[in-house]
Design a binder for this molecule. Structure first.
Ligand SMILES: Cc1cc2nc3c(=O)[nH]c(=O)nc-3n(C[C@H](O)[C@H](O)[C@H](O)COP(=O)(O)O)c2cc1C
Length: 480
């Protein structure tokens, strides 16, 4: 493995792991662990402890393969992904993301890569030969696609989409997947391939550089090139390579790639699965069916996995890429937004929006802007910009005290765009993708004049400057 220079985003998964190891954010497990839930249980517990990522080097039944687990499930690892020191503060990580994502860098195509060291095709394909854990008790099967980049292409425009969607082993050559219908892969499949009864070429990529994974999980608009976004985030062009069986392109630094096609006239049983809201998703349902035609990987591949559930990778990467996308959406809608935070404790159901001017009208504007193509957030807090949105204690204090329970709560029902994984929705709502989002106006009414706004009972607000100075100057002498 090669070390990265300071401020340089890791160029592949192995250098990412090395940087994490140096900052104390990677634990290496040399003891043999079993793929049947032992590995999942260790990974889940570590996530809940806000612990390091884990590299499992010895997996029962899979000599020569290892697994890198929970790559970006903490802000520290998000910082390292962007070339920052692991201790960078959350607002600094957002700033760095915004700086990098606004300079797209197109990829360069290469002809060969280490991810082709081993090539398995046709009847020799057996996905069960890849170290794929049964992650949680109650999962519908072994999930091979968790921390993965799923590549597909719009056949009319040529736009290549990178997304992250779960895929479960169905049998030796088939996988069942679950891209949410409004996701880009879901839309391309349903609008461009199913009506023409044509198989959709697809590739599932594991163990790429963290910038490419981050780009794949970001909610970009249709037509925006995620390989160029990955380049922007990395600060250098990503080398991409074409699939052996199709013209789909993916990061050449990947550890392992499954190439195949989604069959347009089939469905496959998929799920349940312990998901990012922190609960097991309902029952086994109808997923999409992928036939795997080719597997390529490095010798001794380091496969990648997210142990989904409370505080998993999606709660951090969505907080980052999704938070920036939300900010842009609000800016376009004319909201005077000063910051957006999607805390991992809220499992992508809670969004905190800072504004320079609040009130019910602005809160309603925010609610409408965030309930479009996909309604992920069921609770939205719109707060004044004197509140530190990254400090949950301050946010809860403001919410409890400034939000009028009646006038300050706005509820909107959504039909067809709700996230079916939202735990509080009943089965009927889930099947219709119906639901509701509530926005809370946590701002002082703009119509109030200064005398009406209560003065904060806090050290920085309720004492004269000379008293504060005296106290601060003498702080140590009080014996504290
Ligand atoms: C580990 C992980 C697993 C995910 N699994 C799914 C999934 O199974 N289905 C889905 O629709 N979105 C899933 N997502 C969220 C999507 O990756 C995210 O919405 C992304 O923006 C999708 O790309 P798209 O906007 O191009 O559709 C997952 C995200 C992460 C980080």
């Amino acid at each position: 493995m090669t070390a990265e220079k300071a401020n340089e985003a890791p160029k592949d998964q192995r250098s990412f792991m090395e940087t994490l190891q140096r900052s104390g954010d990677l634990a290496v497990v040399d003891r043999e662990v079993h793929w049947d839930m032992e590995l999942g249980a260790i990974s889940r517990r570590m996530t809940e402890m806000d612990g390091p990522a884990i590299w499992f080097r010895k997996i029962t039944d899979y000599p020569g393969q290892s697994l890198f687990v929970n790559p970006i499930s903490t802000w520290r690892r998000a910082a390292v992904t962007l070339g920052l020191p692991a201790h960078a503060r959350i607002p600094e990580i957002y700033e760095e993301y915004i700086r990098r994502e606004s300079h797209l860098i197109p990829p360069v195509e290469v002809k060969d890569s280490a991810c082709r060291e081993v090539v398995i095709r046709g009847k020799d394909v057996d996905v069960c030969n890849l170290a794929t854990p049964m992650i949680h008790d109650g999962d519908g099967g072994r999930y091979i696609g968790t921390w993965c980049i799923v590549v597909c292409k719009d056949p009319d425009t040529g736009w290549v989409n990178w997304g992250t969607y779960r895929f479960m082993i169905h049998n030796t050559q088939y996988l069942a997947g679950w891209p949410f219908p409004p996701s880009h892969a879901g839309k391309i499949l349903q609008e461009k391939y199913v009506p023409r009864n044509k198989p959709m070429p697809i590739a599932i990529v594991m163990g790429a550089d963290p910038s490419s994974h981050l780009a794949a999980t970001s909610s970009t608009r249709i037509g925006r090139d995620e390989a160029s976004l990955a380049g922007g985030l990395a600060g250098r062009p990503i080398e991409i390579i074409r699939c052996l069986d199709s013209d789909l392109t993916f990061p050449a630094n990947a550890e392992c790639v499954l190439e195949g096609e989604i069959l347009p006239d089939r469905i496959a049983h998929e799920g349940p699965y312990a998901e990012y809201p922190g609960y097991r998703s309902g029952e086994m349902g109808a997923g999409i069916l992928m036939k795997v035609n080719t597997i390529t990987h490095r010798k001794n591949p380091v496969l990648s996995m997210d142990c989904t559930g409370f505080k998993d990778c999606s709660s951090i990467v969505t907080a980052l890429g999704g938070g920036v996308a939300v900010r842009r959406t609000l800016e376009r809608a004319g909201v005077p937004v000063t910051g957006v935070y999607i805390p991992s404790e809220g499992a992508v159901h809670l969004c905190i929006v800072g504004v320079s001017r609040g009130g019910r009208e602005v809160t309603e504007q925010v609610l409408n802007a965030l309930t479009g193509r996909r309604t992920y957030f069921t609770k939205i807090l719109v707060v004044d910009d004197d509140v530190d949105i990254f400090n949950l204690g301050e946010v809860i204090h403001a919410w409890a005290t400034r939000c009028h329970s009646e006038r300050g709560t706005i509820i909107k029902h959504v039909e067809g765009s709700a996230q079916a994984l939202t735990p509080c929705y009943d089965m009927e709502e889930r099947s219709r993708r119906a639901g509701a989002a509530a926005a809370f106006d946590v701002t002082w009414p703009p119509s109030w004049d200064r005398t009406e706004i209560p003065v904060k009972a806090r050290f920085d607000a309720t004492f004269p400057a000379e008293v504060k100075k005296k106290v601060l100057d003498n702080w140590k002498s009080y014996g504290f």
